[in-house]
Design a binder for this molecule. Structure first.
Ligand code: 1GP
Length: 257
């Protein structure tokens, strides 16, 4: 029986061609819970299809903020854990991720093993996701000891994506790292992976403008993630520009259905 959130994601990809996910990082060192909750309300209002909650450098427990965000919105909240500290039973689901191109087995299966019993007992829906780091990789690559894919080597990404598919992962995440320069993962890499792999491609890291996200969708991504853009802009204009960005994703997605 597929979980509710996974069914929601697959049906929406089928119906709409492309989805927008908002990444919120409730790091208590840099942001108040009320602020993250307000961001969550605004991204939902702007039409975002889901909220991912996580970050590479989370200090302290995220339970309270995950509950507050999940209570405030109707769109799915999905954990995007940077480590075993990123788990909370208050989300709707969790990306159960493996950083396949890490050089450190802790990030491939060690953290997952440490967290598995708790996740299983929580009853959280889990969505197995291969997490692949592309240059520059930023903080996530540094923390995750990743051997990042060079941006001009799409075939290396494809090798890993195909391995992920054959291992049973349901999604493959091409990640350039939060705050990456250059408008996100290169089109050639997204397009090579989405052309040959049969699992949906989710991508993020540096997709800041309408042009960036449309490029990602046109290259073949099924889900484009924005974090930094949201953190910097949605409170200021109440999500007005985000609504336009999401509309452009939907327009580009519609051409694929
Ligand atoms: C990071 O891919 C996400 O894990 C989002 O990246 O913050 O650059 O949007 P940005």
């Amino acid at each position: 029986m597929p979980g509710k959130v996974w069914s929601y994601i697959t049906k929406k990809i089928e119906d709409e061609g492309a989805l927008h996910f908002s990444l919120l990082d409730p790091d208590p060192l840099s942001v108040e819970i009320d602020t993250v909750v307000e961001q969550a309300r605004l991204v939902e209002k702007a039409g975002s299809d889901g909220i991912m909650i996580g970050g590479s450098t989370i200090f302290g427990y995220i339970d309270e903020s995950v509950k507050a965000i999940s209570d405030a919105v109707d769109i799915p909240t999905i954990l995007f854990p940077g480590n075993i500290s990123g788990v909370s039973k208050h989300a709707d689901a969790m990306f159960f991720m493996s950083l396949l191109n890490s050089t450190n087995p802790y990030w491939i299966v060690g953290a997952q093993a440490l967290g598995a019993a708790g996740v299983k007992m929580s009853g959280l829906e889990t969505i197995p996701m291969a997490y692949l780091m592309v240059a520059p990789g930023k903080t996530a690559a540094w923390v995750g000891d990743a051997k990042v894919f060079p941006r001009d080597k799409p075939k290396i990404a494809l090798m890993y994506a195909l391995a992920a598919e054959l291992m049973g992962f349901k999604l493959v995440y091409l990640e350039a790292g939060s705050g990456a320069e250059g408008g996100g993962v290169p089109s050639e890499m997204i397009s090579m992976v989405s052309q040959f792999a049969d699992i949906p491609v989710i991508t993020g890291g540096g997709f800041n403008t309408k042009d960036d996200v449309v490029r990602g969708v046109n290259a073949g991504a099924s889900i484009v993630v924005q974090g930094t853009y949201i953190e910097k802009n949605v409170l200021g204009d109440k999500g007005a520009e985000l609504r336009e960005i999401i509309k452009s994703i939907k327009d580009a997605g519609a051409k694929k259905t």
